[in-house]
Design a binder for this molecule. Structure first.
Ligand code: NAG
Ligand code: NAG
Ligand code: NAG
Ligand code: NAG
Ligand code: NAG
Ligand code: NAG
Ligand code: NAG
Length: 841
């Protein structure tokens, strides 16, 4: 459905879009599927911190002292960066007094969400002190905190100039040489501004006659050390990223329903050495310039997160930004990631300006002469030599021009003119990045993207696109990722969310058990060590780096000569009665792999042929005949490599009844059909009731329906499933007319009517958590029903479909587990099978 809807949508978008800088490309080619899916239950090496407080959204990592400082609602914490959950944290309780809170409530603010002290600013001030600001029930306060003692000072500072009143407002702040550079919506009136305070020359933006900022929501700011290695004695600059209401000219994309609410992404910058003007632009920035930031117009205009890399070396500085789709259709979620190079931003800021044309009441490109020194530039050596020692020496002509021309004419376009990634069904809320150097001496940018529902995507940037190495569910309960911080020294990622802080390892290479697995992952942190046959983290290993095998670029080379590439799967035997349906489970650990089944080592089985159905979780053989006997090999085909995942020996026996009673208890007991029948008769004689045996189903992973209708499995990885067989007969029996037949191990029950199902938990399945129900299909406003964005599946469970209604011709979903879970879901509502319990037989 999505597969069809998406091009349709793009068509609509393209049709409604009025020309602008053209960055539209077919979106499908850019959509990347995360290779691995790691559900909450499969996390390893994670550490948690949680206290009484909420909203752990401000994080400050101090690598030198190995502390992670956290600003939350009503509290500050100092955690050990090695292990944030070690219990030895320090805490500052900092809440607004009840009087403050009730005053806030009287002013019409919500006393359940807004009238608290949300810590929004937390930075290192100097060698001994930290600086923190909180919203303090709509009366912001700041404090210099002794980092060692970690206690609040006896006196506070006014926070009006440094901190938003509203905790939900976008905010970004830096301490630079003791001065505070903050950008948010200030005061009760929520005025957007970029301000410098705690500085001999406090500055802000201009509001008349032109508002330099319109309804701006700030996302990120960074100091770029452009003075370093500058031949012209350039100044350091602070760059700001935000979304704001578009100037009239830019509403040209009629995509937005109402022109006035059309918002665009922006980048702005100021010079660190700006002192403001003397008469004109007194106490205002004289170096403020802003430009439009384009990722993939017209759909992606809302900036969600930005991060910078190499801000110390301006020649290499680059930014990564996450944008979200802006549509009228609220249910449609999608995100885009773009990379921007500082050089491009600089080029735009030295290009033509825009001008507000009073007559036409719109912004247009300024075509007149530009005064000297160039308006908005920083003070450089050539200017100093001409007597302009500071911004206060600039001529009035220049400052008047600055006042009226804050906007550049040309937009900033992404590297290579296109997004790195477009992703459906995801809203990225935050991102961070780190350059990782590999044993081969190359460096790759590794991105960590947080979603609105508590997942982290880890992606490596490869030229024009990204490869999503894995997606990790860091919270059982969906909640938005508010902050992400990387510590290379601790090899950790810290995630700030409403309910707590999580520490994750930057890589989990041990999950990859074969050489192929290790190189297919294309994780720059992971390499195959041929000397002891393990996938190791390159940053921590002591192995000879030159002998490590890795192929980030293509992800399929290097393992050919490796003597042992990984453990081989054990051969399993299956024996069924003629006419039964049997599933041979085989989970593809990678969402990018294609399942390939070979019979007797050569014949490739295709879906829908000779009673075979190939699914993402196994091979279903329907209406088995003696010709189906043979040995079956399940392979994963990915990126040109083929690896054996499972092998089965299947025997189909003629259906001849023969009595022999036996209890269906143990996992080893593989009942013969005759035994089964007798057992069934015994049960029938006893009660004539439908015996409901519980079964174990491990719905663990949430499968996200990728959208293109083809197999998009969200696998659970191989770990935890490798163990021995723990097969136990269990049956889901709803209103199954003939279910006396059920006492079978499952591979070969026959003669049932209706759609009875038998479930056999798979090999070495871990204890089952209660299955989360699949989300109800969302209704799009245009009347189309969306598929569940995430499909649930059972971990390692195999099952047999008995007499499916119809002739078993494959229709619809490719995942049998999915199909099964839907049937089960339906039953749960009508039957007493409430809890799927492994032990109940
Ligand atoms: C919030 O205000 C309501 C109405 O004035 C009051 O009943 C409630 O107790 C207040 N809640 C808190 C947490 O202060
Ligand atoms: C750091 O700043 C605090 C607060 O302004 C001040 O009390 C302290 O003396 C400063 N420390 C140093 C080493 O400058
Ligand atoms: C704080 O957390 C709650 C959930 O615990 C969330 O609803 C709220 O939006 C958060 N507030 C802010 C300002 O992030
Ligand atoms: C700029 O600084 C130089 C040297 O410090 C000084 O000689 C000159 O007078 C200054 N110019 C102005 C306009 O202040
Ligand atoms: C293999 O060797 C590397 C480097 O010596 C080591 O870090 C890793 O733990 C070893 N792995 C196993 C499974 O022994
Ligand atoms: C590392 O391995 C390479 C080739 O495999 C070899 O030439 C080199 O001497 C080794 N270095 C060390 C320190 O063992
Ligand atoms: C596969 O091999 C088995 C036993 O070797 C044989 O009985 C069966 O007929 C073969 N199947 C096919 C399709 O060749």
């Amino acid at each position: 459905m999505w597969g069809r809807l998406w091009p349709l949508l793009l068509g609509v978008l393209a049709a409604t879009a009025v020309p602008g800088p053209s960055l539209r490309r077919p979106s499908l080619e850019l959509d990347a599927t995360p290779r691995m899916t790691i559900s909450y239950e499969e996390l390893s090496g994670t550490r948690y911190f949680q206290a009484q407080a909420q909203n752990y959204s401000t994080l400050l990592l101090e690598e030198a002292s190995a502390r992670l400082l956290v600003g939350a609602r009503g509290a500050l914490f100092s955690l050990s960066a090695q292990d944030i959950g070690d219990g030895a944290h320090k805490e500052i309780h900092w809440e607004a007094s009840p009087e403050m809170q009730s005053k806030c409530h009287q002013k019409g603010k919500n006393n359940l969400t807004e009238c608290f002290n949300h810590v929004r600013f937390l930075q290192r001030l100097n060698a001994t002190h930290l600086y923190a600001c909180g919203t303090h029930a709509f009366q912001p306060l700041c404090a210099a905190i002794d980092a060692e003692a970690f206690t609040l000072p006896s006196s506070f500072e006014e926070g009006k100039e440094k901190c938003p009143y509203d905790p939900a407002r976008g905010f970004t702040g830096l301490v630079i040489d003791g001065g505070l550079y903050t950008a948010t919506r200030y005061e009760f009136r929520s005025i957007p501004d970029i301000r410098r305070s705690r500085h001999p020359h406090a500055l802000r933006t201009e509001e008349a006659p032109v508002h330099w900022l319109n309804d701006a929501e700030f996302v990120f700011s960074v100091l770029v050390r452009e003075s370093e290695a500058s031949v012209v004695g350039d100044d350091d600059k602070v760059y700001y990223f935000f979304t704001e209401r578009a100037a009239a000219e830019e509403g040209s994309s009629s995509f937005s329903p109402s022109r006035s609410s059309h918002r665009v992404a922006r980048v702005a910058r100021v010079c660190k050495g700006d002192l403001g003007g003397k008469k004109i632009l007194q106490k205002k920035w004289t170096s403020f310039l802003k430009a439009r930031l384009i990722c993939h117009i017209p759909q992606y205009e809302k900036l969600r997160g930005v991060c910078s890399l190499d801000a110390e070396r301006a020649a290499h500085t680059r930014f990564y930004a996450a944008f979200s789709l802006t549509t009228q259709w609220k249910t449609l979620e999608a995100s885009a990631i773009c990379r921007f190079d500082l050089a491009e931003v600089q080029a735009v800021f030295s290009g033509p300006y825009m001008e507000y044309q009073d007559g036409a009441r719109r912004w247009g490109r300024y075509e007149g002469g530009v005064p000297e020194p160039r308006p908005g530039s920083c003070i450089t050596d050539p200017l100093r030599s001409r007597g302009f020692n500071s911004s206060q020496d600039l001529p009035s002509l220049v400052l008047d021009f600055v006042k009226l021309h804050p906007l550049m004419a040309r937009p900033v376009v992404p590297t290579r003119g296109r997004p790195l990634l477009l992703k459906r069904n995801v809203r990225y809320t935050h991102l961070t990045a780190i350059p990782v150097s590999t044993p081969a001496g190359l460096t790759y940018d590794l991105l960590f993207l947080g979603t609105a529902d508590g997942w982290i995507h880890k992606a490596v940037v490869l030229g024009p696109g990204v490869h999503i190495i894995e997606e990790t569910q860091v919270f059982r309960e969906p909640q938005s990722v508010d902050n992400l911080v990387i510590s290379p020294r601790q090899h950790s990622l810290y995630v700030g969310t409403p309910s707590g802080v999580i520490q994750l390892p930057l890589s989990t290479c041990f999950r990859y058990q074969s050489c192929y697995d290790c190189i297919l992952a294309r994780d720059p942190y992971c390499s195959w060590n041929p000397s002891n046959h393990s996938c190791v983290a390159t940053t921590t290993t002591t192995a000879n780096r030159t002998s490590l095998i890795q192929d980030i670029e293509r992800g399929n080379r290097g393992c050919e000569g490796s003597s042992r590439t990984g453990p081989l799967p054990t051969l399993k035997t299956r024996s069924v009665l003629q006419g039964d349906n049997v599933l041979l489970p085989c989970d593809q650990p990678s969402n990018l792999a294609r399942a390939l089944w070979l019979l007797n080592g050569s014949r490739s089985l295709s879906d829908g042929q000779d009673g075979y159905r190939v699914g993402v979780d196994g091979l279903l053989v329907t209406d088995t005949q003696p010709e189906h006997s043979g040995s079956y090999g399940c392979f994963a085909e990915e990126n040109g490599l083929r690896t054996l995942l499972a092998s089965y020996s299947l025997t189909v026996r003629p259906a001849t009844p023969a009595p022999a009673p036996q209890a269906p208890a143990t996992k080893e007991a593989r009942l013969a059909p005759d035994v089964k029948l007798l057992y069934v008769l015994a049960i029938a004689a006893l009660g004539g009731l439908c015996l409901i045996l519980a079964f174990s189903l491990l719905y663990v992973a949430c499968l996200r329906r990728g959208g293109r209708g083809h197999r998009r499995k969200y696998s659970l990885g191989r770990a935890g499933r490798a163990g021995g067989s723990a097969v136990q007969l269990q049956t889901v029996s709803g209103q199954c007319p003939g279910e006396e037949d059920e006492g079978d191990e499952g591979e070969g029950a026959g003669g049932l009517e209706g759609s009875c199902l038998q479930i056999i938990p798979g090999e070495g399945a871990p204890a089952p958590p209660p299955p989360p129900p699949p989300p109800p299909p969302a209704e799009l406003t245009n009347g189309l029903v969306a598929l569940p964005s995430r499909l649930r599946r059972m971990n390692g469970s195999s099952y047999v479909l008995l007499r499916q209604s119809g002739d078993g011709v494959p229709t619809g979903p490719c995942s049998f587990a999915e199909e099964l879970s839907r049937i089960l879901e339906k039953r749960k509502h009508t039957q007493l099978v409430e809890q799927l319990d492994e032990s109940a037989v």
